[in-house]
Design a protein around this ligand. Structure first.
Ligand SMILES: Nc1nc2c(ncn2[C@@H]2O[C@H](COP(=O)(O)OP(=O)(O)OP(=O)(O)O)[C@@H](O)[C@H]2O)c(=O)[nH]1
Length: 555
């Protein structure tokens, strides 16, 4: 039809054409008389011609509509007649000629009333929405299979909100039926953990204001035990000021549990490291790059950021005497894969601490990854125990073990460098008598006093030990026989001329000393000690309180 001709048609014809174009069925109904008119399309939607449906009256509609939808339609019409709705709207199933149900969207409006004000003519349209319905049913079926809920959430300008659509998963997530929140979302918000509710509300508002996705993790409590859920929704602003989100919520309780467990074990690990004062570090032996964990900084007394970890910084903090041991361990690591060394380090404040480094060489052959532990307390204890193991508790000088270690060391030194060395063995004379006469306690005091007197007469490098009851040994490094004799005589005299006073009792003691100077004729440290012992024995035989210098007859 030429455009010009259409334009000349009367409006009623043009409206009819438009209606036809919308594929809408039309209906007109006189509520009072029951008189009803349908157009051809109305009949066609359910597979008939108008002729086939004759005689047409309101019963024709009631015959084809699904009983459930018929009563809903009645209800809505009445609400419209009562002025509660500005127009009538309903979705209804109608029985098709071939037996299936066809969905129609039914719109209508009251257009006249009787003189008494009763509803008279109502007119409206039917639109076939079976295709749409099928699509949305299919979507809902899929949505119900999803492990969570997919939904539309709407916030209206007056602050009220609802879930126009929610899949069946809503029951699982919130314990709420989708229909129960179609008009009012309250039940969903009541199921959210009270501690998390303010955060959920805040993030929803932010999403609405900024137009950005809402992403939130929170707890839901409808099952008694809280469950963690993750929500993600995209907002769309409506022209009326409302916001509509399309989103989904899934249950993440299991993942959250694992996350919390991981967090807890990481915190425990940190705590354990803190208690054990164990830091973690990584070093690249090739580039010198170094990483320190917070605890390493803490052990060394620095704040993170105060210094930049580097091999140079590390070297400057290692106690100089221990640098060789550290280097050696690093070299060993490159051969055997393990770096294991205990050494001293200076802290920021200059305090000297002991650390234990333990690390493993990585497959690249240059990266060491390991731990460093502050072992100062253990080390101090260890040193104390070691000291206790070589110190005589009564006199606080070295014991027999200490003497033997020193003897071996000094003998080795002589062998290497031929430095002079003298050994004095001495024994208090008639000490049994002191015990017998004044008691064992007094005997102890005499032993202590003797050690003191001798100690004050020795040089710093001399090594003095108590090797038996009242038997002592002195190593005199650097002294030849004449030097040794001078010391021995001085000691003999000091002991003999220093009586021990105790509560008015004065006890005089003397000692017999055997002296030997090392020479090439002596083959071992044991032999050196034997010769000194023999000289001492000889002194005892000769009447005590004397110094005997061993000659070759005693070798
Ligand atoms: N008070 C005390 N006495 C000790 C200690 N160790 C050993 N004695 C005593 O030292 C005495 C050593 O006696 P003897 O080996 O007979 O020698 P002595 O009496 O010193 O005689 P000579 O060595 O021959 O001059 C014994 O009475 C031991 O009980 C000790 O730690 N304290």
């Amino acid at each position: 039809m030429p455009y010009g001709k259409y334009q000349n048609l009367p409006l009623s014809d043009r409206l009819m054409m438009m209606l036809e174009a919308t594929q809408a069925g039309t209906w007109e109904w006189n509520v009072q008389t029951g008189e009803t008119h349908f157009n051809e399309r109305w009949a066609e939607i359910i597979g008939y011609t108008l002729d086939e449906l004759q005689p047409i009256n309101i019963q024709t509609w009631l015959k084809f509509v699904h009983p459930d939808d018929g009563s809903e339609s009645d209800k809505r019409l009445t609400e419209h007649f009562d002025g509660k709705r500005s127009f009538y709207e309903c979705e209804a199933r109608m029985r098709h000629k071939d037996g299936r149900w066809v969905w129609v969207r039914d719109y209508g409006k009251l257009v006249s009333r009787t003189a008494e004000g009763k509803p008279e003519w109502v007119v409206g349209t039917h639109i076939d929405i079976s295709g749409l319905k099928e699509l949305s049913e299919r979507f809902e079926a899929f949505a119900d299979l999803l492990p969570g809920v997919v939904y539309q959430y709407q916030q209206r300008p007056d602050g009220s909100s609802s879930f126009p659509f929610a899949s069946q998963g809503l029951r699982h997530i919130y314990g709420v039926a989708p229909d129960a929140v179609k008009e009012d979302a309250a039940l969903v918000f009541e199921a959210i953990h009270p501690e998390d509710l303010p955060r959920v509300a805040r993030t929803i508002n932010q999403s609405a204001q900024q137009g950005q996705d809402w992403v939130c993790e929170y707890r839901v409590i409808h099952t008694g035990t809280p469950r963690w859920v993750f929500g993600h929704a995209r907002p769309q602003s409506g022209i009326d000021g409302s916001v509509l989100w399309y989103g989904m919520i899934i249950d993440i309780t299991e993942r959250k549990k694992l996350e919390l467990e991981l967090e807890k074990s990481q915190a425990n690990l940190k705590l354990a490291q803190k208690i054990a004062r164990t830091g973690h570090w990584e070093a690249n032996l090739e580039t010198g790059a170094l990483y320190w964990s917070d605890m390493v900084f803490q052990i060394l007394g620095f704040e993170r950021g105060e210094v930049e970890p580097s091999v140079e910084l590390f070297n400057s903090l290692v106690y100089p005497e221990d640098l060789t041991a550290v280097r050696k361990s690093e070299q060993e690591a490159q051969q055997i894969g393990i770096h294991d060394v205990q050494h001293r380090m200076f802290t920021k404040s200059g305090e000297l601490i002991w650390v234990h480094e333990l690390a493993e060489l990585q497959a690249d052959g240059v990266t060491l990854i390991g731990t460093v532990r502050d072992v100062t307390t253990q080390k101090q204890l260890e040193l104390k125990l070691q000291q206790q193991a070589v110190i005589d508790p009564l006199t606080q000088i070295g014991n027999r073990r200490y003497f033997h270690q020193a003897l071996q060391r000094e003998y080795n030194r002589y062998q290497r460098y031929h430095t002079p060395l003298c050994l004095i063995m001495f024994d208090l004379d008639h000490f049994k008598r002191v015990n017998d006469t004044y008691g064992h306690a007094m005997g102890d005091k005499v032993l202590k006093a003797t050690a003191e007197v001798v100690g004050t007469n020795l040089r710093q490098q001399d090594i003095f030990s108590r090797i038996g009851g009242e038997e002592f040994a002195i190593l005199l490094p650097g002294l030849d026989v004449s030097g040794g004799q001078l010391v021995a005589e001085k000691l003999r005299e000091a002991i003999a001329t220093n009586p021990i006073d105790d509560n008015g009792t004065s006890v005089s003691v003397s000692a017999t000393l055997g002296l030997v100077a090392i020479s090439e004729d002596i083959d071992s440290e044991e032999q050196l000690q034997q010769i000194a012992d023999r000289a001492l024995y000889l002194g005892k035989q000769k009447g005590r309180n004397c110094v005997i210098t061993a000659d070759k007859t005693l070798y």
